[in-house]
Design a protein. Sequence first.
Length: 177
Amino acid sequence: MQYFIAIVPPDDYKDQITSFRNRWEHHRLNEVAEPHITVKAQGGLTADLTWLDKVKVLCSSVQRFQLTFIEPSAFGKEVVFLGVRSKEIYEFHRLLVGTVAPPSELIKQYFELDEFHPHLTLGQTHWGMQESEVEEMKLTSKHALAPFPTFMVTHVRVYQEVEPNRYAPFEDIPLTR
């Protein structure tokens, strides 16, 4: 059983992203998980849940912060995403990784710490899209998802893998005021 920790956009914008993703017939990302920004990937988040109380303690000491979505970009021709602007998200990510303390090979495998690039994935070839569809999504999203909102991050959401490649909300953890 796997877990990850993420920031979820406000419901109205999350719904807008979900509807946008559904425009592509072969796009399966909405079946995997709701739109989110991963702040701690699966590495070290084990089924015994010993990490969960530590994460709750950490979150109780982390101030809420603002996050702004920025124009879409891509990782090669395979992934299109909304960028994120927030100084605080990088420090929060480092604190989460330090709290969970996964082995260095898992940090590398999941692109954490120095390789961390916060984003909200819109589409990718791994989940059924063709490269041409990824490019089309990138171009279309600039207008379909604008204006790109700024919102206050008040909590993180822990997701649990409920079947292979399908994650459901497990628990919300508030940040301090």
